[in-house]
Design a protein around this ligand. Sequence first.
Ligand SMILES: [Fe+2]
Ligand SMILES: [Fe+2]
Length: 300
Amino acid sequence: MKKIWITDEVLNLLRTMPICDVARQYRWNRNSLSKALRRHRKKELRILKGVEVVPTIELPEPVYPKDARVLIIGDRHSPFSHKKYFEFVCRTRDQFQCDTIVDIGDGLDGHAWSYHEHNPDGYSAGKELQRAREDHDKWYKEFPNVFCCWGNHDELLYRKARTHGLPRNAFKDVKDIMGAPSGWHWAFKWEIDHVIYMHGTGKSGMNAHITWASKNRQSTVIGHVHSHLGVKYMASEKDLIFGMNVGCGLDIKSYAMEYGKDFAERPTLGCGVVLNGKIGIPVPMDLGTKIFFTGDKNEK
Ligand SMILES: [Fe+2]
Ligand SMILES: [Fe+2]
């Protein structure tokens, strides 16, 4: 079989052409090229630094490949996420051949222990956490290594503890609470290929993503603003940066999302991809017709 060398020339071509076209150009088998690429990326691992807001137990530092192809999972608010969101995210990862996964935060909803009014017909706090953990099992299997950003909903458990004067050390680490595998890491923000990944708590509206990028003076990817999904670029004499909001994966029909039922702006379901720290791609989830999720009797 013809030996495949992953040279800079090949990598440059892969930035602009689909992998099948590159394979054809060199007369290589597409799957062999894909395997060679994975081997090459493993060799070029770099240390990833995250900034933790809630102290966690000592762990080996996570690593990510050079020139990463990052998939960003939106706010899932488990166990109240859309039933097709997981499948959509897996498909997007395969479509863009992502090798690095970021969860943008609010993976957990916490309706039962939030500061808001609770639905008396909903789950108890214990049951909701149990359902969220069960819901996460499939994510853990499919995505064994994930860099999670702290979302305002993820922090609710610790905030409640603080409100009642309980010290942080009285509580388990989030990894134990969520039953997550060793490859899942939580931090306030992550930086990969000079792009900042953070939940985005504190800003809202359709321009929150570019506002964050402008404040950070660096390309920035956020979630948090459920009603928008998109990317905006901004250039100066010195650089070109982008802000991207990856949307969310929540289920508007669930009782935990009842507060938004009268809002004119509906959740925009989607996820995101960042290639080599340069190109931000917001990927909307196809919900078929609008009727599908606005409460019509035909909804599935
Ligand atoms: Fe959220
Ligand atoms: Fe949020």
